[in-house]
Write a protein that binds this ligand. Structure first.
Ligand code: ADP
Length: 184
């Protein structure tokens, strides 16, 4: 039987990590949190400098890292990967035979993304790349320009089950129920 792979997709601040962790606590998936893995690199590395500017790391720097995680995984949730069309096509081509791939697209207007990032800062969970408005702007621009084409491609990719989930509710429990329903 194929293992399950869930791709949590959506812009900055939509709650990908929060809901991923909740699904993991309930269902015991493995977790590939791309941003956290990359933040583990030394601050002087070229990748860390790209991240500090709010730009996307080149696809080629990610494939080995993600493959190493997936090759040891059973059921797994990916958070922050794929973010480009090239990453999405690589992932599906390489893993569609091993995993049953499902996409949860967390659709949220940009004003809500910005409000949630501000809340994250206020509550002390903020990161250096959240605190600088210009860097947040650059990450959001990268989402609309570079990640949306990947999401649109995944919507019709053979062998991929795609769900649009409205997670605009102020109550995270309501949003989580919607994600659960989309996966059931
Ligand atoms: P956010 O989703 O809020 O931007 P992440 O922690 O997921 O935060 O990512 C932080 C940074 O890591 C991104 O701004 C980018 O520089 C880099 N990064 C993470 N995932 C990817 C990816 N799939 N492709 C390229 N760069 C990535």
């Amino acid at each position: 039987m194929k293992s399950k792979m869930i791709l949590m997709m959506g812009g900055q601040g939509v709650g990908k990590g929060t809901h991923a962790r909740r699904l993991i606590a309930r269902d015991g998936y493995g977790y590939v949190e791309t941003g956290a893995i990359l933040r583990g690199l030394p601050p002087e590395s070229p990748v860390a400098q790209i991240m500090a500017r709010g730009e996307l790391v080149p696809d080629a720097d990610l494939f080995d890292v993600i493959a190493a995680e997936l090759d040891k995984s059973g059921d797994v949730i990916l958070d922050g990967f794929p973010r480009t069309l090239g990453q999405a096509q690589w992932l599906v081509q390489k893993y569609v035979d091993k995993f049953d791939i499902r996409v949860i697209y967390m659709d949220v207007p940009e004003d809500i993304m910005l409000a949630r990032i501000e809340k994250r800062i206020r509550e002390g969970g903020g990161r250096a790349d959240d605190a600088d408005a210009a860097i947040v702007r650059r990450r959001l621009d990268a989402f609309w320009k570079t990640t949306m084409p990947a999401i649109e491609w995944l919507r019709n990719a053979p062998g991929v089950k795609f769900a649009d989930v409205d997670v605009t509710n102020e109550n995270p429990d309501v949003n989580f129920e919607r994600i659960s329903a989309a996966l059931s």
